[in-house]
Design a protein. Structure first.
Length: 193
């Protein structure tokens, strides 16, 4: 994956209380991403801003746990993807947690890089699908309230329909490109919110 230097939100924040591991993960990712590291929960929250696209978050850390950091990230309204990268085996408590993927240590370089790329792509899918459904809803309301002849004469409505056609193609390509059920489910996760 290649991230355009001019693109917003192209930062990966690696949070692990083992500095050597945080630096290793950063080294694996720094060819494709701007990477920041943090070694505890408070440092992680201080490093958060709108440019952070993906957070790699350890669950067990002294002070604020990864679970608490995740809650704070969501409470503060950051629209980033979070991957839990931890030695904690998953249990049913993860069902309600607001992360996007879960990796159990030890993690391989290719596994980490692929997961970061996949969850980052999900963010792009989510934005496209949200815009599509928002515009489709607006079109439906206008079609209900206005006569067809008036809609056909209106330039803004024609532009709306053109944008919907472009977005529909993108949504169709996205759905075709989703390789696994988990990717499909994750792409639609935030549409209702």
């Amino acid at each position: 994956m290649s991230i355009d230097a001019g693109t917003d939100a192209s930062v990966v924040l690696v949070v692990d209380d083992e500095p050597q591991l945080a630096e290793l993960f950063a080294a694996w990712l720094d060819d494709e991403w701007e990477v920041r590291t943090a070694h505890d929960g408070d440092e992680a929250l201080s490093a958060m801003d709108e440019d952070v696209a993906v957070v790699l978050l350890d669950r067990r850390m002294p002070g604020k746990s990864g679970d608490e950091v995740l809650d704070s990230i969501r409470e503060r309204g950051y629209d980033c993807r979070v991957i839990m990268v931890t030695a904690v085996d998953p249990d049913f408590d993860i069902i309600e947690m607001g992360f996007d993927d879960y990796l159990v240590k030890p993690v391989r370089n290719d596994e980490l890089a692929t997961t970061v790329e996949r969850v980052y792509r999900r963010q792009e899918y989510d934005e496209t699908m949200r815009e599509y459904y928002s515009l489709a809803s607006k079109r439906a309301v206008l079609e209900t309230e206005k006569p067809r002849s008036e809609l056909e004469r209106n330039e803004e409505f024609r532009q709306l329909e053109q944008r919907l056609t472009v977005l529909r193609k993108s949504v169709d390509e996205t759905i075709e490109g989703l390789r696994t059920h988990e990717d499909y489910a994750a792409a639609f996760r935030d549409i209702d919110s």
